[in-house]
Design a binder for this molecule. Structure first.
Ligand code: ADP
Length: 259
């Protein structure tokens, strides 16, 4: 408290980490963490060394989705030992907080926590570090983009107009911050009735693909509403760790980041 802020340095890399890819969204609840987790697992299955940092301060759900919620250890009080599950090395801001307590942090505290998790975690050598951002356009996004060298960001949206409206704000923020947008992902794009096979567009249709075309970035995937995805997330067994069409879909998506 007090004193002068340090002069801001340019963006830096994280030691041992080749590429950092942020996954963002305009709104919460569109499946950003689900996509980040499954993408990380699929990348690991494609033979990459993958880290996943859950920086979603308002709803850190990665530990639950990965099925590993132990408090990370710091034997020397300096370096943090990350957790491992499904071939992925991960760390979550949620594991550093007291469960059930609301988070009322000011910007500088958030920035400190994010920097600590990036710089003091023993990530080892990683090909890709996926960062699950909080929804929206706040301090975490700013700090990550301005202080760290990001390869780029992926934005997840549902086809619903209100979600897309907010996704555009997130896209505008990345543009302002000069963070390359690597593509858009439409989640919950269709629902296929398990009884009759009828395909319904519960949240609308085609909006995310049209937006990607409009701003000239790749449309990376259209992921359906899928019971196994939801069950796998709740059970700590990401759908991408199994077999079947969703796991295949996530592996196809993963290959778009490693080609
Ligand atoms: P966000 O990170 O955007 O807040 P989450 O990934 O936590 O969203 O997802 C919100 C809820 O929706 C979770 O319960 C998750 O299991 C579920 N969910 C996400 N994507 C899908 C999908 N494609 N099909 C079914 N359920 C999904």
């Amino acid at each position: 408290i007090g004193g002068h802020p340090k002069p801001q340095a340019g963006p830096v890399a994280v030691a041992g980490v080749d590429r950092i890819i942020a996954i963002g969204s305009g709104k919460g609840g569109v499946g950003k963490s689900t996509v980040a987790t499954n993408l990380a697992v699929a990348l690991a299955r494609e033979g990459r060394r993958v880290g996943l940092l859950d920086a979603d301060i308002y709803g850190p759900s990665v530990p639950r989705m990965m099925g590993e919620e132990r408090q990370p250890k710091s034997p020397d009080g300096e370096r943090i030992e990350p957790l491992h599950a499904h071939g992925v090395t991960f760390m979550s801001i949620g594991l550093m907080l007291e469960e059930g307590k609301p988070v009322i942090w000011r910007g500088p505290m958030l920035m400190g926590a994010l920097q600590q998790m990036l710089n003091q975690t023993n990530w080892g050598e990683l090909d890709i570090l996926i960062v699950d951002l909080p929804p929206g356009t706040g301090d975490i996004q700013l700090t990550l983009s301005q202080r760290f060298h990001l390869t780029g960001a992926v934005v997840v949206s549902t086809p619903q107009d209100v979600a897309l409206l907010d996704a555009r704000k997130a896209l505008g923020m990345f543009e302002t911050l000069k963070t390359p947008v690597l593509g858009l992902i439409e989640n919950m794009s269709t629902y296929i009735c398990p009884n009759c096979g009828h395909e319904a567009h519960l949240f609308g249709h085609g909006g995310v693909a049209a937006e990607a075309e409009k701003i000239g970035v790749p449309f990376l995937a259209a992921l359906p509403i899928d019971l196994d995805t939801r069950l796998g997330g709740d059970a700590g067994q990401p759908v991408a760790s199994g077999e079947g069409p969703m796991a295949e879909g996530y592996r196809r998506l993963a290959r778009r980041f490693v080609e």
